[in-house]
Design a protein around this ligand. Structure first.
Ligand code: PEP
Ligand code: MG
Length: 573
């Protein structure tokens, strides 16, 4: 019997494939007394040998599917495995303490990990600690006789099932084989969902219990549009979904025809439709989908994909490449937005009760301004290769903006004094994603060049509902009248000062929100590349005067989300 499970639709499309469980087994180790040390040492040596064979295999597949650079981490793992010092200590401990191999290995590796972790100002040593933790899992799994998932080795079509996927897990998934993913936790705006959209693979998050329901031998249908999963579908269901997938492909072909057209409403008002990117590689998807600009370059992935802080040169190359590839079209680069659900092992962020309300984004940049200055210098140097705009994330007060801008001006002056070319036409704006800033938009508008509304955070902070928590995901309400009023306030405030407002949160590509945003006169819509053409197609059907009327009613006469949706339907049908 097939079984239906619902979750939150996070990335469009359909898939039908076998389950790949990306779930770590229980590797708890118990200490046991043993009789025969030689047997235990042999068990240990065999598991190290087996782990080495596995690592070599993973390395080869990773090099093939993900590239040589991603594969190099496994060389470090192989070296740790073969480390004679560590091996000797484990064997001596088995012999002298007469304990089982698992516990001796765990204890010895723990000493190394703690030693490396205590050198907390040394990023290299921190990384070695992380490597030992990783490799320890493999050796213990072999000793305990359990399987360890290794996503880099996937070489057949699968649907990845996981409790959650970190951005780095997601980055390791090979699109050729991973046809979709489904997770227990997360919401539409958690970063795994955002990454799925930029990889253009269907995804469903926040199912609650898919990791318990879907076994290793099951097949799944994933409907990334409705947010539904069918475990072990019947033949009829497979046929039905194959048809829906084919229809969806046809619709995409229709949208594709708008690729080189301007983004116009029915009455001829033009808007800018831009794409969000996480890495320079994503530019291709934005251009392929008819994006007219990059409205959000999330630079934190540059920091997260690296083992240590990226150098000025590495950052310069990344920014230059995006600007060059966009050939003069605007690129809005957001300075580092680490924290919240985006961790950076080598930066050692504090453990916090409420990371989303904690030490993150511009708060880190202003506190550790050496990191911020390096990023600004790289951006300024790259500015001559295209049309660069810079924005600061998580601005809560005007003072933060002034401080960030002052640092920017200092670095700019320094570069000019050093005789380095920088563009004299860089707009400096802010993300509006904290309610305090949306409320004071009139004051901010006098000092910034532009706003970009980050609804993913703006909604979570306005509704006090963690964007990662599926139990409160019903409060992610982009059409709540309170949110609509805040957004309108920001747009109106910018226009009153002759400035412009964009939106780079997921709401910008939401097909119910778009008519409202058109009515409010949002200037730039920046979204996952795959939503651009669908939005352009919708815009063509909208009349701006009618949408203004819709906004007026939605803001002044509705009290609930359902009333807003009903109103949008009335005005767009
Ligand atoms: C947002 O908060 O809406 C946004 C675009 O930023 P991020 O999703 O990266 O927090
Ligand atoms: Mg944000």
């Amino acid at each position: 019997m097939s079984k239906l499970i619902s979750g939150i639709a996070a990335s469009d499309g359909y898939a039908h494939a076998k389950v790949y469980r990306l779930i770590e087994p229980d590797l708890t180790v118990e200490q046991k007394k043993i009789e025969n040390a030689a047997v235990e040492i042999e068990r240990f040596e065999n598991s190290v040998k087996q782990s080495l064979v596995e690592i070599e295999k993973i390395r080869a597949i990773a090099a093939e599917s993900l590239g040589e650079e991603e594969a190099q981490v496994f060389d470090a793992h192989a070296m740790i495995l073969a480390d004679p010092d560590m091996t000797q200590q484990v064997e001596e401990m088995i012999e002298s303490n007469k304990i089982n191999a698992e516990s001796a290995y765990h204890e010895v590796t723990e000493t190394f990990i703690q030693l490396f972790e205590s050198m907390d100002d040394n990023a290299y040593m921190q990384e070695r600690a992380a490597d030992i933790k990783d490799i320890r899992k493999r050796v213990l799994a072999n000793l305990l006789g359990v399987n360890l998932p290794s996503p880099a080795t996937i070489d057949e079509e699968v649907v990845v099932v996981a409790h959650d996927l970190t951005p780095s897990d997601t980055a390791q998934l090979n699109k050729k084989y991973v046809k979709a993913f489904v997770t227990n936790i997360g919401g539409r705006t958690s970063h795994s969902a955002i990454m799925a959209r930029s990889l253009e693979i269907p995804a469903i998050v926040g199912t609650g219990n898919i990791s318990e329901e879907a076994g290793a031998d099951d097949f799944l249908i994933v409907d990334g549009i409705e947010g539904e999963i069918i475990i072990d579908p019947s033949e009829d269901e497979v046929a039905e979904y194959a048809k829906r997938a084919a229809d969806f492909e046809k619709l995409k072909l229709e949208w594709d025809k708008l690729k080189d057209e301007p983004s116009l409403t029915a009455d001829g008002k033009e808007f800018e439709l831009a794409g969000n990117i996480g890495t320079p590689r994503d530019v291709e998807g934005v251009l392929k989908n008819g994006g007219e600009a990059i409205g959000l370059y999330r630079t934190e992935f540059l920091y997260m994909d690296s083992q240590e802080l990226p150098t000025e040169e590495e950052q310069f190359e990344a920014y230059k490449s995006v600007l060059e590839d966009m050939e003069g079209k605007a690129v809005v680069v957001r300075t580092m937005d680490i924290g919240g659900d985006k961790e950076l092992p080598y930066l050692e962020l504090p453990d916090e009760m409420n990371p989303f309300l904690g030490y993150r984004a511009i708060r880190i940049s202003l506190d550790q301004d050496n990191i911020f200055r390096t990023q600004l210098r790289a951006l300024l140097r790259a500015s001559v290769y295209g049309t660069l705009r810079i924005m600061f994330p998580m601005i809560a007060t005007l003072q933060e903006f002034r401080d960030a801008k002052a640092i920017y001006e200092e670095e700019r002056e320094k570069l000019i004094t050093e005789g380095i070319d920088v563009s004299d036409d860089i707009e400096i704006g802010i993300m509006v994603e904290i309610p305090a800033t949306a409320v004071l938009a009139d004051q901010f508008a006098k000092e910034v060049d532009f706003f970009s509304i980050g609804t993913n955070d703006l909604i979570q902070y306005t509704m006090a509902a963690d964007r990662m928590n599926e139990d409160v995901s019903y409060l992610y309400q982009p059409y709540n009248p309170s949110i609509l009023r805040l957004i309108k306030n920001v747009i109106d405030a910018s226009h009153a000062e002759g400035k412009w407002t964009g939106m780079c949160g997921e709401m910008a590509g939401d097909q119910i929100a778009v008519p409202l945003l058109v009515g409010m006169g949002l200037d730039e819509f920046s979204m996952s590349a795959t939503s651009i053409l669908q939005t352009r197609s919708l815009m063509k059907t909208l009349d701006t005067k009618k949408m203004e009327e819709l906004v007026d009613k939605a803001i002044n006469e509705t009290t609930t989300v359902d009333e807003v949706i009903k109103l949008v339907e009335e005005y767009t049908n």
